[in-house]
Design a protein around this ligand. Structure first.
Ligand SMILES: Cc1cc2nc3c(=O)[nH]c(=O)nc-3n(C[C@H](O)[C@H](O)[C@H](O)COP(=O)(O)O)c2cc1C
Ligand SMILES: [Fe+2]
Ligand SMILES: [Fe+2]
Length: 402
């Protein structure tokens, strides 16, 4: 069913209940996702974004409930990524006089995927497209999260269509944020920000400021994935500001991989120590915990300690993969440390420390490298090491609060 989200504006997207990974395996979509396309029906008809290839029939069916797809005058592509642009050819084939509207930078991203020969209109910040009673207004949002990214705004409805910003990978029969379980909603919104938007934290702060200065009134935020924010839509914007600033609580993650359990034993002792300092702690073995979850949990935690045994002079593969992910994401204002068991040469702990630094995480204490299975004394040493890390978390939080 097409679902009205404002007067004569309809959600006509598709729900992907099955998808479990996105962007290769870099994003585990635990709860599926949706591809949100929005139809604006006025004297002229505009479709804002489309859906993933393979879902075009579902979208076209929803459009046809409202208007004949042949009536579409404008297809606005806010972003050239194929989860939104993939069904453009199917729409253009059904809407013979439609004009494809996109940002200047989308000429690259879209142009390289899609066949040419359509009527096109390039728009930039401040450009408008009158539809009759309603007006489409455009605001470029480069690197949120691609160079081509753009927001569409309809002032008459105070409706912001920011494409991937403010989204969640969440498949649901409900279309609005206030209809879904808040714990699920915020879990998915947090994971989405952490795994997709963290590298652009500074740009997000600037963009929010820019929107505030423009004085855009916002009654509804309709992103391209997940549910629509209609009740107090600024709550997600305010949350993005807190996340982008790296605001975190007295919480730490202990993430580790092990071959024979020694590093796991250390992880538990370290966690005990962190908790004894009065800091909340969560222990995540990898790959039993996927890195999308770990990165999502890290967003609101101040610190992360990473453990690996030494394996052929290196860290184990799943810890290495997580570190590679963190280097790309560069989480904001985090502290970290490394630990692990080894037999003879060692090597994993200093390598993890190096990776933490590359990820912009401040290494606040010397790594804890033990040999073979930890003795009771070494276990106590690991508890003390964890406690010291917990204290560093409390210190850095109180420094920030000053
Ligand atoms: C395949 C393999 C390769 C290893 N390579 C190294 C190494 O290069 N240097 C080293 O110090 N220890 C090495 N070790 C020893 C382990 O680091 C040691 O057994 C450690 O206690 C394992 O920790 P875990 O119980 O957390 O798996 C290796 C062990 C295995 C099984
Ligand atoms: Fe995207
Ligand atoms: Fe997307």
């Amino acid at each position: 069913m097409a679902v009205p989200i404002a007067e004569n504006v309809y959600w006509v997207g598709a729900v992907d209940w099955e998808v479990r990974h996105f962007h290769g395996y870099s994003y585990h979509t635990h709860r599926g996702t949706s591809y949100n396309a929005y139809l604006v029906v006025d004297e002229r008809v505009a479709l804002i974004d489309t859906v993933m290839r393979g879902f075009e029939d579902e979208m076209l069916r929803r459009i046809a409930e409202v208007v004949d797809p042949a009536r579409i005058d404008y297809v606005v592509a806010n972003h050239g990524e194929l989860d939104h642009a993939g069904a453009i050819p199917a729409v253009m084939a059904r809407a013979p006089h439609a004009i494809l509207v996109h940002s200047k930078r989308a000429a690259d991203s879209l142009g390289k995927y899609l066949p040419d020969g359509w009527k096109r209109q390039v728009v930039g910040t401040g450009d408008t497209l009158p539809l009759g009673r309603k007006t489409l207004t455009f605001l470029e949002a480069p690197m949120l999260h691609w160079p081509d990214s753009m927001f569409t705004y309809i002032p008459e409805d105070k409706l912001l269509l920011p494409n991937d910003a403010f989204g969640q990978h969440l498949a649901s029969s409900e279309r609005f944020a206030d209809q879904v379980d808040p714990a699920v909603l915020w879990d998915e919104a947090r994971k989405y920000f952490a795994n997709i938007l963290t590298p652009f934290s500074k740009l997000i702060l600037r963009k929010v400021e820019e929107v505030q200065q423009m004085g855009l009134e916002i009654a509804t935020i309709a992103p391209s994935h997940g549910v629509v924010w209609r009740e107090n839509p600024m709550q997600i914007v305010e949350q993005y500001v807190r996340w982008a600033r790296g605001e975190a609580g007295a919480k730490a993650l202990v993430v580790y991989e092990t071959m024979w359990g020694s590093t796991a034993e250390m992880a538990h002792a370290v966690a005990e120590g962190i908790a004894s300092a009065g800091v909340k702690v969560r222990v995540f073995p990898v790959p039993q915990t996927d890195h999308t979850t770990v990165v999502g949990e890290l967003l609101e935690a101040k610190g992360i300690v990473v453990g690996s045994p030494t394996h052929n002079r290196r860290m184990l593969l799943n810890v290495a993969a997580l570190m590679e992910d963190l280097i790309g994401l560069r989480p904001v204002n985090k502290i970290g440390a490394a630990f692990g068991s080894h037999g003879w040469s060692g090597g994993a702990v200093p390598l993890i420390e190096q990776r933490l630094k590359e990820a912009g995480i401040e290494v606040v204490q010397e790594g804890l490298a033990l040999t073979w299975w930890p003795t009771p004394e070494e276990r106590a040493q690991a508890v003390a090491w964890g406690r010291a890390f917990g204290e560093r978390i409390l210190e850095s939080l109180s420094r920030r609060a000053e």
